[in-house]
Write a protein that binds this ligand. Structure first.
Ligand SMILES: [Zn+2]
Length: 415
């Protein structure tokens, strides 16, 4: 079995070019580099130790977080971080027995619509907001964190870096990538770059079949021993396989129809049925759906907005509806749902939905100027000039300096 870590690397690591390059191309590039005095000291990679992993993962994580923070792509919400970290630390307590040298684990959220999770090793673990928004409950998130923790506790990163060091090409990749793909990498030392590039590639392709299979199994065990219902685990893959009719982003173009997720669904289902139902013995373990949804609904909405901005309207719509099921009076969710219907739907029916949703947004937030503007546009498209005029007037009342004033007044004074 392969990773589910590959599910959205392009967005998180900006390695689209690497993704398009096949391994063969990478090897050719590596050989080209062979002649340009940029040969990496392979010995350093071959003798990559626990201490190296802990030290270099910290540097790679710092650089990554600094870049994401500058781009505004770390999801900053102290309560949510506390919640996710709380779940992760419980699991880490169990994992520490498998690899006591890892001093601590940290868990951070990257604001990115792709569904992904990954680790630099050394205890530094990341999940995307797109993943959090897709999941339904705490047991499912606990499994994802368990899977990533297992990559650390089973030393997959350390072993992976060593294995790649043995392949001369992958090491030189660190130079190639640092020069034209990830500018920040150029500032890092050789070993840190190795860790960074190893992680970026693992986030695309997984850590290797054997390691992914082990992380799946160990992840189920960690989640179970942390008190989470293992029957939720196969559902993670069901959720990932679900699509909302949008043209898939690049990495899903390669992988959404890939048999891997379906295979992993079947395999985790088999493991849970044959090994865990008996151990469960009729006990009710934690699922925590309601509390998970209460704590994450804003992430669902914010990821919906990212999808809207990148014109993935089907996914945006599905997530906005999910956010509204949890928080029915959220003005911003109503506003964006209305806007998706107005912009993508041409029929009267769709415009009626848009109008109803704008009205709900205004009901929840009476000074929501943009909602009046959207409402005006929706009425205008339906040919309801009087209603449109009233909505635009409300918009101008709330935004006296709006730059659309002249255009709106011209439109309606001609009538
Ligand atoms: Zn994995």
């Amino acid at each position: 079995m392969e990773s589910w870590d590959y599910m959205g690397c392009e967005g998180v690591f900006k390695l689209r070019k690497l993704r398009v390059c096949s391994l063969v191309l990478l090897l050719i590039l590596a050989f080209l580099c062979f002649s340009c005095a940029q040969i990496v000291d392979i010995q350093k990679g071959l003798s990559f130790s626990d201490e190296d992993e802990i030290r270099e993962a910290e540097k790679a994580a710092k650089m990554f977080e600094m870049e994401k923070s500058l781009e505004g792509k770390l999801y900053v919400d102290p309560f949510l971080e506390e919640y996710i970290s709380g779940i992760g630390q419980k699991i880490a307590e169990i994992a520490k027995k498998d690899r006591p040298i890892i001093p601590f684990y940290t868990f951070k959220i990257v604001h990115d619509p792709h569904i992904n999770a990954f680790t630099f090793g050394g205890g530094y673990i990341y999940v995307t907001s797109g993943l959090i928004a897709t999941l339904d409950n705490e047991a499912q998130l606990a499994y994802i964190l368990s899977h990533e923790i297992a990559h650390v506790s089973k030393a997959h990163i350390k072993e992976g870096v060593k294995a790649r060091a043995a392949m001369l090409g992958a090491l030189n990749l660190a130079y190639i990538a640092s020069s034209f793909l990830v500018p920040g990498l150029a500032r890092l030392g050789e070993l840190t770059r190795m860790v960074f590039i190893y992680t970026a590639l693992a986030a695309v392709n997984g850590h290797g079949r054997k390691q992914e299979s082990e992380a799946d199994r160990v992840g189920i065990e960690y989640a179970f021993r942390s008190g989470y219902d293992p029957r939720e685990i196969p559902k993670v893959f069901e959720l990932i396989l679900k699509t909302y009719g949008d043209p898939p982003p690049l990495e899903q173009f390669f992988y959404s129809n890939h048999p891997t997720n379906r295979k992993r669904l079947e395999e985790t289902e088999r493991i849970v049925e044959t090994e865990y139902l008996e151990r469960l013995g009729g006990r009710e373990l934690r699922v925590n759906k309601e509390s998970y949804q209460k704590r994450t609904w804003k992430v669902v909405r914010d990821v919906a907005i990212l999808n809207y901005e990148s014109k993935r309207y089907g996914t945006a719509k599905a997530l906005l509806k999910k956010a509204l099921r949890i928080e029915p009076n959220d003005a911003i969710s109503h506003y964006y749902l209305a806007t998706v219907y107005r912009e993508t739907g041409g029929s009267n029916e769709e415009l009626d939905i848009a109008i109803a949703e704008y009205k709900k947004a205004i009901e929840s937030k009476p000074d929501f100027g943009d909602a009046y503007f959207g409402l005006g546009l929706a009425y205008y498209r339906k040919g309801l000039k009087k209603e449109a005029k009233e909505a635009f007037e409300n918009y101008l009342r709330l935004n006296p300096d709006a730059e659309e004033r002249g255009e709106i007044e011209r439109q309606f004074n001609q009538q």
